[in-house]
Design a protein around this ligand. Structure first.
Ligand SMILES: [Zn+2]
Length: 237
């Protein structure tokens, strides 16, 4: 399996944004680069102020971290973690069943396939910490750094931010804070690919057709996992 560069991963995340087609083609890579820079620079500032241990940072900021056995998955979307902004100063939920899937994929691929990604729990916690810090320094939140026009009427514009830019930046934040070699969204991709392969195995067993090896997915599964026409495939949120 080929793991993508941060720019490649950013392109995948941006392409999955509902407003992707509103971003001028010539501006897409610049948006991604700015989001990656935003995550990296914020991680450096947080590291200088609070250190690199995500649990210690959360404790220092008074942000509760809840490791829960509950699942927040819906449909074919996997939810590893989320940052709830109410009540202030917010709360981070880490969903153990989903993170356990990521840990299992890491254990299976760490040496042979994936560059070092680190502990899955730590990187999802670091990712959510970005959402806590994003905008708290007075800078525009990452999602609002590149507004796109939804409707124009004369000199009036109705604009919206891009949620995917916050996710790109959050991954860059976690990568820098934890010293990872890879944008951690690569792990989401690995988990989705693994689940998709497991699904193919189940379908094959049910239909008596040849059983694919779960560790050797066909490339098209990976290439199209987040496209608009793949809503029935596993995906991460
Ligand atoms: Zn996020």
């Amino acid at each position: 399996m080929r793991l993508s560069t941060p720019l490649d991963i950013g392109r995948q995340l941006l392409a999955a944004d509902a407003l992707y087609n509103r971003v001028p083609v010539g501006e897409r890579d610049a948006c991604i680069a700015a989001a990656l820079d935003r995550g990296t620079s914020l991680a450096m500032a947080v590291r200088d102020a609070w250190g690199t241990d995500p649990d210690a940072i959360a404790a220092g900021r008074g942000v509760p971290v809840v490791d829960t056995e509950s699942s927040a998955d819906f449909g074919t979307t996997i939810v590893f973690a989320n940052y709830a902004t109410r009540p202030l100063p917010g709360c981070i939920f880490l969903y153990r069943p989903a993170i356990a899937r990521a840990e299992a994929v890491l254990a299976r691929t760490q040496i042979a396939v994936a560059p070092r990604i680190g502990s899955a729990r730590a990187l999802y916690l670091a990712h959510e910490l970005f959402h806590h810090f994003d905008g708290a320094d007075g800078a525009l939140p990452a999602a609002r750094c590149h507004p796109v026009t939804l409707l124009a009427f004369g000199r009036w514009r109705w604009t919206s931010g891009l949620a995917s830019l916050a996710e790109i930046a959050a991954g860059a934040f976690a990568q820098k804070l934890l010293g990872l070699r890879t944008h951690p969204h690569a792990l989401d991709l690995l988990v989705c690919e693994s689940l998709e392969c497991e699904s193919l195995v189940r379908e094959s067993l049910a239909s008596d057709s040849p059983v694919p090896d779960p560790l050797v997915c066909d490339p098209p599964v990976r290439d199209h996992w987040m496209s608009d026409d793949s809503r029935e495939r596993p995906r991460a949120a």
